[in-house]
Each structure stands twice: as structure tokens, then as C-alpha cells.
Design a protein around this ligand. Structure first.
Ligand SMILES: Nc1nc2c(ncn2[C@@H]2O[C@H](COP(=O)(O)OP(=O)(O)OP(=O)(O)O)[C@@H](O)[C@H]2O)c(=O)[nH]1
Ligand SMILES: [Mg+2]
Length: 469
């Protein structure tokens, strides 16, 4: 695996309501970056992101997935999130580690409950947000209504960078108002041609472009002054203004896509590379002591474990972000909570269940490792003499509870062990033993969340249990 400098990394969390097309879009990003040679589909249960049995069973993402692709020399770490409200934990951990959120909206349905929940999480974490108006190729797609709703809910920072020319089942063209170009795809979406804007679209394009110019000017005082004097900005000034607005969290640019047809992917990848912050210019991380640590590859070596996954044939896989410094394979780091030494004997990057070895990783990058002795999720490992402990991920409080027991009493111990594993993989499950009731109580985000846990006990761990009402 190539080694990427901090400035050549983008970490993006894909967020949005269930079914908005995040995992399908991730597949497109992997194809464009040459990481896969064919796009899998949700229907065929063949996407890289939704690789787990439970995701095949449910037909959507249940856990976050960590993937990576490359676009013009830039490594894009893709943190795909489940959109279902009960699995919000996956979105929160992805957002916590990303420098940018990409909000998918299903343009048939407009703003959905999951859109709003994920938006609030992204805002709470101060992440720049770009919007992808997806599903532009349905009978009932209504791009204008979707954008009006988005503006109503999220404010006037929602600004169009593109708009569809022919939304609906025949959708195959968009206009990019920054580039002043029309992109038209062939039927299968693999290729497109770039042409001048047709006469009948010029007025609309220019109107949207002026709104964008004004929004760009508003993000910077000097640009605003120039805009007031001349009522215009140069292309470069406009870009600079848009970048500043995105990074300040004031502008939410809207791009267009039909993910199932792989339409719109390339321009979105360009936008991620050109307009989204790399870790070195993103906001620094904060330790529990309140110290700000920059993603500096010359800094002290430290990594933060943000996700644990129990994988077939491998056991526990620990996903980490390099918070500072540059780490290499066979390095000894100290767990700053337990003070015990851990050898990072292997570093790899993953695309769903496939892995590639990486020897070195710079600050800001995302990787995974295995076989650590006593390190758990949300622990920090750092070079000797460094006492960084990074802040825990702030998961939402549980909303639902039920008591559980093994049907066969002799399975109680095993049940406890399996529940802990499931909790390690999804920290929004909280386990509590009630001495008073002599019962094991499970707290979760909802009933579906709890039923999904039960599904794992039934089908993966094969242990008979029941909820006690
Ligand atoms: N027609 C059409 N279908 C799409 C589009 N994008 C995704 N789909 C389909 O919509 C369904 C849901 O897509 P996913 O990629 O699983 O959506 P998701 O956002 O990952 O959903 P969760 O994982 O449940 O949050 C799949 O059947 C896709 O094939 C699109 O732009 N147009
Ligand atoms: Mg998904």
C-alpha cells in the first residue's frame, strides 16, 4: 500500500437516511479509484460495504464500514454509516473520525427523519457538510422540493453547485454552475460528455451561479467588499469563498447523483479532493485534558481506536486513526489508559472485509490492526512519555431496554461473553446487571436495535435466549 502524506488524505463520513444510497455510492467511489473492477449491488448482496450476514439479511447497513479509494493521488478514507435510526452509533463513530460529512438525500422523499438526526450529529461535531441529492432517476423525484425542504431545515447555507437537467426515469444530465458546463452520461453511466450549457438553461444557470457567488462572498469580508463594489467575483475568488464557507460550516454545497447508475461520482470525487479539508487543515483533536493535538506527521506518535469488529478467521480487528506523528509496523506504543505496552505488529487498510498491508501511516490516516493484548475501543496508544488520552466518542443515550436470559441456565456465562463482544462492536448497546431484579438488562437505541442483537445471538453465536417482559 502506498504511503500518503497528511495533506493527501481526505476522511469522509457518508451519512443520511436509510436507503439514500450511501453504500451504493461507496461502491462507485471504489470502482472509480480502481479498488474494485465491478460494482456490487445491494440487491445482489455484493457490495464491499455491506459485507456482513446481518446486512444481507436486513438489506442495508447495520455497522459502519471502513473503506478507502484513491482519486488523483489523494487517498479518500470512506466511513460509510448505517442510516437506520437504531444504528445511529455507526454514524456517530464515522462522523467523529471524519473531517467532512457527505449527507445523502433521497430526492424522491426529501428530508427524512434520518437526514435530520444525522445532520444534528454532524453539526454537534462541527463537521463541514456537503450534500448529495441522490435518486434523481425516479418517477417521483422532486429535486426542487427536496432543496426547498433542505433550506427550510438547514438554512440558507444550502447552495446549489449543480442541478439536474432532466430528473426522472430518463435522468442523465446535470449542469455544474461553477464550471458552467453540462455533463451528459451514456445509458450505463460509465461515460459522460462535457458540453456548453444549452441556450434554454443559461438563464437558470446564471441565476444559481449568482446566488453561489453571493454566498461565497459572504464567507469572507474582503470578498464581500469586492462583491459589493463590482457585483462579481473572479473564478478563483469564488472558489476560495466557497472553500472558506464549507470549512467554516456555513455553506453546504449540493451536488447531484444517481448512485445506482454511477452518475455524478466523478465530479463529487473531484470536489472532495479540491474543496474538502485534509486532516492538517481540519480542526485538531482534543484530549481529555483539553489539549489540542494537530494532525501533524512530525508530532508525537499517537493513535485512537474508534471501532472494533469481530471478523471471521481474524478475531478482533481494531480500527484506528493516526492522531499525530507517523506510525510504522512493529512499533511499540503504550496504552495510555492501562499503561501497558502494545506492539503494532501489523497495520492494514481495509475495504470491507478485504485487507491490504500498510507499512507506514501518517497523521490523519485511518488503518486497522489485530492482536493487541489489552486495548479496547476508544483507547489511545501513544509513544512512550506521551500521556495523550483522546476524548471518548459521544454516543446518544439509550432509548429502549429489555431484560434477557439464556433459555438453558448453563449458557448464562457464554451469553455474558457474547453480549460483551456485541457491545464492543456497537457501543450503543449498554449492559447492566440489576442486582435488585437479578436480571441482565440490555439498553439500546430501539426495539429493532435489540432484535438485531438477538439475531446475532440466534444466528452467529447460536445460543438460545429470550427477552423477559
Ligand atoms: N433508482 C435509484 N436507486 C438507487 C439510487 N441509489 C441507491 N439506490 C438503490 O436504493 C437502495 C438503497 O441503497 P443503499 O446504497 O443501500 O442505501 P444506504 O444509504 O446505504 O442505506 P442504509 O445502509 O440502510 O443506510 C438500493 O436498492 C440501491 O440500489 C439511485 O440514485 N437511484
Ligand atoms: Mg448502507
Amino acid at each position: 500500500m502506498k504511503v500518503y502524506k497528511t495533506g493527501d488524505i481526505r476522511n469522509v463520513a457518508l451519512i443520511g437516511n436509510a436507503g439514500s444510497g450511501k453504500s451504493t455510492f461507496a461502491e462507485n467511489m471504489l470502482l472509480k479509484g480502481g479498488k474494485i473492477s465491478r460494482r456490487g449491488t445491494i440487491n445482489a448482496k455484493s457490495t464491499v460495504s455491506d459485507y456482513r450476514a446481518v446486512e444481507h439479511e436486513q438489506g442495508g447497513s447495520v455497522y459502519s464500514s471502513v473503506m478507502n479509494t484513491e482519486w488523483e493521488g489523494v487517498k479518500i478514507n470512506i466511513l460509510d454509516s448505517p442510516g437506520a435510526i437504531d444504528f445511529v452509533g455507526g454514524a456517530v463513530s464515522s462522523l467523529s473520525m471524519a473531517d467532512t460529512a457527505i449527507m445523502f438525500i433521497n430526492s424522491q422523499n426529501g428530508i427524512e427523519v434520518g437526514t435530520e438526526i444525522h445532520w444534528r450529529q454532524a453539526q454537534k461535531l462541527n463537521k463541514p457538510i456537503m450534500i448529495v441529492a441522490n435518486h434523481l432517476n425516479h418517477d417521483k423525484t422532486n429535486f426542487e422540493k427536496t432543496i426547498d425542504e433542505a433550506k427550510e431545515k438547514f438554512g440558507k447555507g444550502v447552495i446549489l453547485v449543480q442541478y439536474p437537467v432532466n430528473q426522472g426515469p430518463d435522468f442523465n444530465a446535470i449542469i455544474d454552475v461553477i464550471m458552467r458546463k453540462m455533463y451528459t452520461w451514456d445509458k450505463d453511466g460509465e461515460n459522460y460528455k462535457e458540453t456548453d450549457i444549452p441556450e434554454e438553461e443559461v438563464e437558470k444557470t446564471e441565476k444559481i451561479r449568482s446566488a453561489l457567488t453571493e454566498a461565497a462572498a459572504e464567507s469572507d469580508d474582503a470578498l464581500m467588499e469586492k462583491f459589493f463594489e463590482t457585483e462579481t467575483l473572479t473564478e478563483d475568488e469564488m472558489r476560495a469563498g466557497i472553500l472558506a464557507g464549507i470549512q467554516n460550516g456555513e455553506l453546504y454545497p449540493v451536488m447531484c447523483a444517481a448512485a445506482d447508475k454511477n452518475m455524478g461520482t466523478k465530479r463529487i470525487l473531484d470536489f472532495i479532493k479540491n474543496a474538502m479539508p485534509s486532516p492538517d487543515i481540519a480542526k485538531p483533536s482534543i484530549t481529555k485534558e483539553g489539549e489540542e493535538i494537530k494532525f501533524d506527521s512530525e508530532g508525537k506518535k499517537s493513535i485512537f481506536i474508534f471501532k472494533v469488529s469481530i471478523e471471521e478467521h481474524l478475531g478482533e480487528v481494531l480500527y484506528f486513526r493516526v492522531m499525530s506523528g507517523t506510525i510504522s509496523e512493529s512499533e511499540d506504543l503504550i496504552n495510555t489508559i492501562s499503561n501497558s505496552k502494545e506492539r503494532i505488529s501489523q497495520i492494514f487498510v481495509s475495504n470491507g472485509k478485504t485487507r491490504e498491508n500498510a507499512t507506514t501511516m501518517h497523521a490523519g490516516d485511518i488503518g486497522a490492526t489485530v492482536k493487541l493484548k489489552s486495548t479496547k475501543g476508544e483507547h489511545t496508544l501513544a509513544e512512550k512519555g506521551t500521556d495523550y488520552i483522546f476524548e471518548n466518542i459521544k454516543y446518544p443515550n439509550p432509548k429502549y431496554r429489555a431484560a434477557i436470559k439464556a433459555i438453558d441456565e448453563s449458557d448464562e456465562e457464554k451469553l455474558g461473553e457474547y453480549l460483551h463482544r456485541l457491545r464492543d462492536e456497537d457501543p450503543t448497546y449498554i449492559l447492566e446487571y440489576s442486582k435488585e431484579l437479578k436480571q441482565l438488562i440490555l439498553h439500546s437505541q430501539g426495539e429493532h436495535h435489540l432484535n438485531t442483537l438477538k439475531w446475532h445471538l440466534d444466528n452467529i453465536y447460536k445460543i438460545q435466549t429470550e427477552f423477559i417482559s
